[in-house]
Design a protein around this ligand. Sequence first.
Ligand SMILES: [Zn+2]
Length: 84
Amino acid sequence: MSHAEETVRGAAPNVDTREIDPTTPFDRDTDDRRVIGCYCCSCEATATILAEPGRTREWEHADRHPTHVIDYWREDNSDTNQLI
Ligand SMILES: [Zn+2]
């Protein structure tokens, strides 16, 4: 009889789980008006974009510099709105 070792994964404190997510705030909540912060990790350019409902086009910086790695985040809602 083997004894089972169960690892209980409870609430880990402050685990920064930044998963690679192919979607951006431009792809989510497209019915809402969104304030989206943009930061380019490659050249340190920044922008704040007010995305009207229906907008899915990303920061034009991404078009002009397809190789740059850009971070996007919502600036207008602090609560997580992704648990629908
Ligand atoms: Zn850039």
